[in-house]
Design a protein around this ligand. Structure first.
Ligand code: 1HE
Length: 268
């Protein structure tokens, strides 16, 4: 694993690039519990805007220290004493970053430990796969802080767990963790070991898929879900027309036809 020679120089993110095309994006403000200040959001915009063009095949998004992310940097927000217009533009940059993640075509696997709260949950919810461990817990403390979500929780968190559970979380500060969090849809995987190790294992496997196939999975599905059924069916056919005839797929199809490709079997 190497620090990329061509990696953009970041202060609040640390990027490691593996030889197989997997990049590990670390939130790197552990003394502030990886709270999201404006500089971190700009670095996320910058990384995810160019990830696909830079040949990144999959991303593990992780936080340094004991907590994934404590959400909005409340101290920066308090000190800045922002106007409504200022904070609207802060939120628009969060959306820019998180939309680049969700729609950018590069699979993002979030490795979650400790607190995944407020804007930290909004960030995690823009990943395609979330992995938790025994220390991970989710909450939306905005109600208690006297503020409101501004980084997409009303869209993505309510999409994951349903509108009324999301409303309960923000009204009461309710915390979800463990198997219950998985069953509700806050994460797809829970591990006894480290969420980072499991997320990296998944990213390594996903990076073996063809990039155009992963692009469709991690861009088209989200776009299609925003469309009417009729339009989504049409657009799905167009995407499949492009992806399913890509020259790079022919080798894999031939291996299946020749009976040399692995078959799909139930878990043992
Ligand atoms: C922070 C932040 C922060 C920690 N902004 N500085 N998010 C929250 O309401 C969560 C607020 N944070 C916490 O509840 C706790 O810090 C944790 C559970 C995450 C971790 O607890 P702990 O005991 O390990 O750490 P700590 O002692 O509370 O904090 C350590 C340092 O991190 C301390 O700084 P220091 O300079 O005094 O050492 C804290 O100030 C700092 N820190 N969290 C700024 N969030 C687009 S709208 C999104 C709206 C939201 O995200 S609301 C949810 C905000």
């Amino acid at each position: 694993m190497t620090q990329a020679a061509n990696a953009q120089s970041f202060e609040n993110l640390e990027i490691e690039q593996q030889d197989n095309g997997v990049s590990i994006v670390w939130l790197n403000r552990p003394t502030k519990r990886n709270a999201l200040d404006t500089a971190t959001i700009e670095e996320l915009v910058s990384f995810f805007s160019t990830a696909h063009r830079n040949g990144v095949k999959a991303v593990v998004l992780a936080g340094k220290g004991d907590h994934f992310c404590a959400g909005l940097d409340l101290v920066e927000h308090w000190k800045a004493d922002r106007s409504p217009d200022d904070f609207m533009h802060v939120c628009l940059r969060w959306h820019e970053a998180f939309n680049k993640m969700e729609y950018g075509g590069v699979p993002v696997i979030a490795a979650l430990q400790g607190a995944v709260v407020g804007g930290g949950l909004e960030l995690a919810s823009a990943a395609h796969i979330r992995v938790i461990d025994q220390s991970t817990y989710f909450a939306l403390p905005e109600g208690q802080r006297g503020i409101f979500t501004g980084g997409g929780a009303t869209i993505r968190v309510s999409d994951m767990i349903g509108k009324y559970r999301m409303i309960d979380m923000i009204l009461t500060g309710r915390v979800y963790q463990g198997q219950e969090a998985v069953e509700l849809g806050l994460a797809q995987y829970i591990t006894e070991g480290s969420s980072f190790d499991k997320a990296l294992e998944l990213a390594d496997k996903i990076a073996e898929n063809l990039p155009l196939t992963n692009y469709a999975i991690c861009s088209a599905i989200s776009h299609l879900n925003n469309m009417s059924g009729m339009d989504a069916a049409y657009a799905e056919a167009v995407v499949a027309g492009v992806v399913n005839t890509q020259p790079a797929a022919r080798e894999r199809l031939e291996a299946f036809a020749n009976k040399t490709a692995a078959r799909v079997r139930p878990n043992s």
